[in-house]
Design a protein around this ligand. Structure first.
Ligand code: FMN
Length: 240
């Protein structure tokens, strides 16, 4: 059957894979993801559309020793910034993921998100050590056995980041369909100067983001954190 005639026999499953994707922040460290499964997920992700079919994605898969070594390097750098804040300028992301100037409603949503997560974890406002420890969990991929790094050639336009988003969402939704969970992580971006040489990326590539991938720890309280969405009417204009 051609793609044109294919009917999606079970649309509820597609909806469910989308609706049940959320950020898992505690994974089962010792439950590996089979290589075949990883390849299948990446194949599905690559069905994403991209301008003139440029397919700008470049994926680096880290497991085992390569994974652990990068975690150790970045955790150490992150700790050093806590002790010597002047070092922060040494670590810069390749592009602005967040706005330079925070305005509402985005600022309010960001705060609500952050404080809800920290509240669930028992982290009080101003408890810098605990906040640091939680941030540090990012650089352990929340114990996920698979850490994915995504780069794009610096020569590409900002539209390629749009294409990339579609690739990443495909990957995360497909992961749910196969019983896996994910957490996209821009936290790594600031440490591109450590990440890129470690993964063997060339100087022509920039770090787009990272994703933690694995099986969720169903006993971890952090994985009960679910985020709200604005209703369709609040972001949709029916133009007359
Ligand atoms: C590109 C991207 C980068 C993100 N970076 C981080 C991160 O570094 N650490 C983290 O804990 N969550 C990160 N998040 C997760 C968001 O906070 C999360 O997607 C949002 O709060 C909505 O929640 P949900 O994904 O559980 O639905 C990121 C999400 C995206 C899309």
């Amino acid at each position: 059957m051609s793609q044109l005639n294919a009917t999606i026999a079970d649309p509820a499953s597609v909806d469910a894979a989308i609706e049940n994707r959320f950020c898992v922040r505690a994974f089962l460290r010792d439950k590996p993801v089979p290589r075949q499964m990883l390849e299948r997920l990446l194949e599905l992700a690559s069905r994403a559309p991209s301008g003139t079919n440029m397919q700008p994605w470049k994926v680096y898969v880290l497991e085992g020793a390569a994974r652990d070594a990068l975690c150790a390097k970045v955790c150490q750098a992150h700790d050093s910034v806590l002790q010597h804040p002047e070092l922060e300028t040494r670590y810069r992301a390749d592009y602005d993921y967040y706005p330079r100037q925070w305005v509402d409603p985005y600022l309010a949503r960001r705060r609500q998100n952050g404080w809800s997560l920290y509240g669930l974890l028992g982290i009080a406002k101003g408890d810098k050590d605990k906040m640091h420890q939680q941030q540090q969990r990012n650089f352990q991929w929340f114990d996920a056995p698979v850490g994915l790094m995504f780069t794009v050639d610096r020569v590409m336009g900002s539209g390629s980041l749009l294409d990339y988003g579609m690739f990443l969402q495909n990957l995360m939704v497909a992961a749910r369909a196969h019983g896996l969970h994910t957490c996209p992580q821009a936290a790594w971006n600031g440490y591109a100067s450590i990440v890129l040489p470690h993964i063997g990326a060339t100087a022509e590539e920039m770090l787009v983001t990272s994703i933690a991938l694995g099986y969720a720890d169903e006993t971890a309280p952090v994985n009960t954190f679910h985020t709200p969405r604005e209703p369709v009417a609040s972001f949709t204009h029916w133009v007359k």
